[in-house]
Design a protein around this ligand. Structure first.
Ligand code: DP6
Length: 332
C-alpha cells in the first residue's frame, strides 16, 4: 500500500436527492431520485490514506481521533475499495482528514468527505478504475459524494437496472460555463437532529408526500439542465426552489416530522424573496440542516451576503464559486 492524498470539493444539489431505491442492495446505496449539483470552490476536504503506523486502523478528523460510527463508515468504505484492488484482507490504515468547511455544524461534509476518501484510498491501494468508477464507489459511502468527483455542474442519474450499473454521475458543464455564486448563510452552530440516511428512510416509510416527491423530481432535472445550458437564472432558480421546498414538504409530512429549519432559516428565506423583488436575484436551497444557500450571479453575491448577514440569528455568510474536479497525489 502507498500513501496518497486527495482533495475533493463539496457540492450543493440544485435538484435534490432524498430517498433510496427500495428493494435494492443497501450496500449499493442507490438513490430513488436523480440529482443535479454545483461543485463549490471554497468548501473542500483533504484526506490522506496510508499504512497504519501502530498496527491498527486510525481515523483522525480535524486533528481528533474518532472511534464512532463515522470512523466505522470510513473503515467499511476502505474495506470495499481494498477488495477491488486485492483479494487479500485489508491491512490496517491510517486516515487523516481535514474539512475546509465553516466550523458551524450542519454544513454537509459527507459529499466532499467520501469523495476525498475514495480518491485517496483508490490511489493508495492501486484501484484501477476511471473517474466514473470512482464516483460510483464514492456513492456507496454517501450518495451526494458521487457528484463531488467533478467540478462545475454534475448530474447523478438514479438509473433503473437492478444491479445499479446505470446509476452513474457525469459532468454536465465545466465551472467556467457560468459565473454563478452560492452564498452560504449559516443560521446556527447546533448539530442537526437526524442524519440524512435515517431521515430518508423515515420519509419513505411514513410520508404521504414521498411518492409525489419521487414522481415529480425527474422533470425538475430536465428543466434545470435546459436552464443551465441557456444560462437562464430565473428559470433555474424557480426549479431549484421548487425542488428544495418539495423535499422539505416531504420531510415535514414524515411521522414524526423531520424539521431541519430554525426560525432564522425562515427569516433568511423571506429576506431573499424580499430582496428579489427589489432587484437582487437570489434563489434559495436548503439541505438536511438549517442553513440557507442562495444561488445568484457573481455581481449580486456580495450585496446579497451583506444584506443577509443583517438578518437576526445569522452567524456568518460565505460566497462560493463553481469548484474543480477531485484529484489525488501519491506521496510515498
Ligand atoms: C438533502 O448524500 O448525505 O443533502 O447517501 O445517506 O449518505 P447518504 O445521504 P447524503 O444525502 C444528501 C441529501 C441532501 C440532498 C442532496 O445533496 O442531494
Amino acid at each position: 500500500m502507498l500513501t496518497a492524498k486527495a482533495v475533493a470539493h463539496s457540492n450543493i444539489a440544485l435538484c435534490k436527492y432524498w430517498g433510496k431505491r427500495h428493494g435494492a442492495a443497501a450496500e449499493l446505496n442507490l438513490p430513488a431520485t436523480s440529482s443535479l449539483s454545483l461543485t463549490l470552490d471554497a468548501l473542500w476536504t483533504e484526506t490522506e490514506v496510508g499504512p497504519a503506523i501502530e498496527g491498527q486502523d486510525s481515523f483522525v478528523l480535524d486533528g481528533t481521533e474518532h472511534h464512532d460510527d463515522a470512523a466505522r463508515k470510513v473503515f467499511a468504505h476502505l474495506d470495499r475499495l481494498y477488495r477491488l484492488a486485492s483479494g487479500a484482507p485489508r491491512p490496517p490504515c491510517r486516515v487523516r482528514s481535514v474539512n475546509h468547511l465553516p466550523t458551524a455544524a450542519g454544513l454537509a461534509s459527507s459529499a466532499s468527505g467520501f469523495a476525498a476518501l475514495t480518491v485517496a484510498a483508490a490511489a493508495a491501494f492501486g484501484v484501477a478504475v476511471d473517474r466514473t468508477g470512482l464516483s460510483s464507489l464514492a456513492r456507496m459511502g454517501s450518495g451526494s459524494a458521487a457528484r463531488s468527483l467533478w467540478g462545475g455542474f454534475v448530474r447523478l442519474d438514479r438509473g433503473i437496472r437492478p444491479d445499479g450499473s446505470d446509476c452513474v454521475a457525469r459532468p454536465l458543464l465545466p465551472p467556467e460555463h457560468w459565473d454563478l455564486r452560492l452564498v452560504v448563510v449559516q443560521t446556527t452552530a447546533a448539530k442537526k437532529p437526524i442524519g440524512s440516511t435515517a431521515g430518508m428512510e423515515r420519509s419513505r416509510t411514513t410520508s404521504p408526500y414521498y411518492n409525489a416527491w419521487i414522481e415529480t423530481s425527474e422533470s425538475d432535472l430536465d428543466g434545470a439542465e435546459r436552464a443551465l445550458a441557456d444560462r437562464d437564472l430565473p428559470a433555474l432558480g424557480r426549479i431549484v426552489e421548487h425542488s428544495c421546498f418539495k423535499m422539505h414538504a416531504c420531510m415535514l409530512a414524515s411521522d414524526p416530522a423531520i424539521l431541519y429549519w430554525n426560525g432564522t432559516t425562515v427569516e433568511v428565506v423571506r429576506e431573499v424573496i424580499a430582496l428579489r423583488s427589489r432587484g437582487l436575484r437570489g434563489y434559495v436551497t436548503i439541505d438536511a440542516g438549517p442553513h440557507v444557500k442562495v444561488l445568484c450571479m457573481a455581481a449580486d453575491a456580495e450585496p446579497l451576503a451583506r444584506n443577509l448577514r443583517d438578518v437576526p440569528g445569522v452567524i456568518a455568510t460565505q460566497v462560493c464559486a463553481p469548484g474543480p474536479d477531485a484529484h489525488s497525489e501519491v506521496l510515498a
